[in-house]
Design a protein around this ligand. Structure first.
Ligand code: FES
Length: 139
């Protein structure tokens, strides 16, 4: 565990204690929620797309859960605006683990990817490609 890893650990704690973009968006294109059934932790995310419907404009989230799941949602809410919907859909767990900057044990990978799965399922539902009430990290 080097200095870099300590810095990232502190960054995760900071996002957990002071979540960015926490709450709801007044104007949103879609809203979706999900949970990690192993622990019951939940996250709901609102996304506002640009008028072109191709660029992410704003993201807000609320949730209840462990530091990794909440920090991941908070960091994602800062990373997504400006990205295209296509880029967001292509993100995978490795991108999330890179974003978090720490080693994630296999048991915690689901905590890390919960927000990503919610935001990606949300756009698929919005675009009529998927029919789902709630995202689960188990699927
Ligand atoms: Fe529940 Fe991390 S322990 S999402």
């Amino acid at each position: 565990m080097g200095m870099g890893s300590d810095m990232y650990r502190q960054q995760i704690l900071d996002h957990y204690k002071n979540p960015r973009n926490h709450g709801e968006l007044d104007e949103k294109t879609y809203s979706h929620a999900g949970e990690n059934p192993m622990c019951g932790d939940e996250i709901a995310i609102d996304v506002k797309l640009d008028d072109d419907e191709e660029t992410i404009e704003r993201v807000a989230f609320r949730g209840d859960g462990c530091a990794i799941s909440q920090a991941s949602a908070s960091m994602l809410s800062q990373k997504l605006p400006g990205m295209s919907v296509a880029e967001m859909r292509e993100m995978d767990r490795d991108d999330i683990i890179d974003m978090l900057g720490v080693d994630i044990s296999p048991m915690r990978v689901k905590c890390a990817v919960l927000a990503e799965k919610v935001v990606q399922d949300g756009v698929e539902i919005y675009e009529g490609e998927k029919n789902l009430d709630k995202t689960s990290t188990e699927e």
